[in-house]
Design a binder for this molecule. Structure first.
Ligand code: HEM
Length: 374
């Protein structure tokens, strides 16, 4: 009796004779796409068949969805970003014109541009939400310190992505939002002088645009991928333990079902992004004019809280900046000092303190948008 071999299987067999496919696949699995142990001596087809029937651990299953959303959004941004980079030109003379050409003349260019911009906003929201969730569930405690630190790094890197990307279209909104954002950073002790040195001065011109472009498409993607790797690698080692999001007595899911679930989530995410991009096109203004400041110029929303404090708290911007830096360092090193705070305050109060901090941050961000409006 002859058994039919599908085209996919024949392709795998063909490649298997020429490449160590199972080993390559296991390399990919380090990124957390596969969370069960693999026997890389097996041929890839046998390994995939075994995998399909394997049970997935709890920490990769719904409702724990923010990590998967974050990784998907980044993949989506990388894909649309590379497509944009085919037509984008990173010089102060050509940046605005080339972005305008993407939005106006290139087939589906406007959609890809809007998808990239909306994807960026969602990514920043998702990484911030994920950090709040990790805090709420105490997932900063030993042995998950690196999970927490990589989550903080991912928030910071996503904001840098969004910040450097904002300048690239070289339109009046992005340009002046970058000017205000850099003013916020320049007012910080230590960080301000170092950044101004790295960017080659405080004037935003050709040099800064080129440096932002290199940061945006080369340096930040490398760091982001490294932080994502640390996230998945620590998760594979430590799992999530008991969390508030666990569903009790749930039946076991196989890798095959999990793959389908992920495909559905990806499809839903894509639908949300397309809907946003079509119904609410991202604002794209006239070419930047360094000599005329629009009255509504504000830093990006996620820097708004710092902006408001620096502008309206009368203590000297270096002093205020210093306090903010200490706070940022405090968030990063939370796993080392929070256990003592928790022993004094109790778990519930520490959680509330975290929630209150996020609420203050959100209110200040809102004030930054509303205060001194023309
Ligand atoms: C990983 C690879 C990426 C590449 C190659 C890339 C490439 C680009 C390019 C060429 C532009 C300028 C063209 C345009 O504005 O339409 C741009 C803009 C932008 N990028 Fe990216 N990008 C990447 C990832 C990201 C990520 C992860 C974020 C978000 C957090 C992001 C946020 C932005 C933003 C906010 C803009 C400005 C959009 C606008 O307001 O017009 N990018 N990117």
């Amino acid at each position: 009796m002859s058994t039919r071999v599908s085209v996919r299987d024949r392709l795998i067999d063909w490649a298997e004779e020429r490449l160590p496919l199972s080993e390559l696949f296991s390399f990919l699995s380090h990124f957390g796409f596969v969370t069960v142990p693999l026997d890389t001596r097996q041929p890839l087809r046998a390994l995939l068949a075994h995998l399909d029937q394997s049970a997935m651990p709890d920490h990769v299953r719904g409702p724990q969805i923010l990590g998967a959303l974050m990784a998907m959004l980044f993949g989506f941004e990388a894909l649309t970003g590379v497509l944009l980079a085919f037509h984008y030109r990173p010089t102060s003379e050509a940046a605005h014109e080339s972005t305008l050409a993407i939005v106006r003349d290139i087939p589906v260019g406007g959609l890809i541009h809007a998808l990239h911009a909306w994807g960026a906003t969602l990514l920043v929201l998702v990484v911030v939400l994920r950090l709040a969730r990790l805090f709420w569930d105490g997932l900063w405690r030993a042995p998950r310190e690196l999970l927490w630190m990589s989550a903080v790094a991912l928030v910071w890197l996503s904001m840098q992505f969004s910040f450097t990307g904002g300048l690239l279209p070289w339109d009046v909104n992005g340009y002046w939002s970058t000017v205000r954002g850099l003013e916020v950073v320049y007012a910080l002790p230590l960080v301000g002088p170092v950044l101004s040195f790295l960017l080659g001065g405080r004037v935003i011109g050709e040099d800064v645009l080129t440096r932002f472009f290199v940061l945006h498409v080369v340096v930040l993607p490398m760091f982001w991928t490294a932080a994502l790797y640390v996230t998945f690698a620590t998760l594979r080692r430590t799992g999530l333990g008991q969390t508030t999001l666990q569903v009790p007595n749930r039946r076991t899911t196989t890798f095959r079902e999990h793959r389908h679930d992920l495909a559905l989530v990806a499809l839903f995410l894509f639908a949300v992004l397309v809907t946003l991009a079509v119904l609410v096109p991202f604002p794209f203004g006239a070419a930047a004019d360094p000599y005329s400041t629009p009255a509504s110029a504000r830093p990006p929303w996620y820097m708004g809280a710092v902006f408001v404090v620096q502008e309206h708290v009368p203590l000297g911007s270096w002093f205020v900046g210093g306090i903010l830096l200490v706070l940022a360092f405090g968030v990063l090193t939370l796993p080392w000092w929070a256990p003592r705070a928790e022993a004094k305050l109790g778990e519930a109060r520490l959680r509330l303190a975290g929630l209150a901090t996020i609420a203050v941050w959100l209110v200040l961000s809102l004030l930054a948008v509303l205060l001194d409006r023309p």
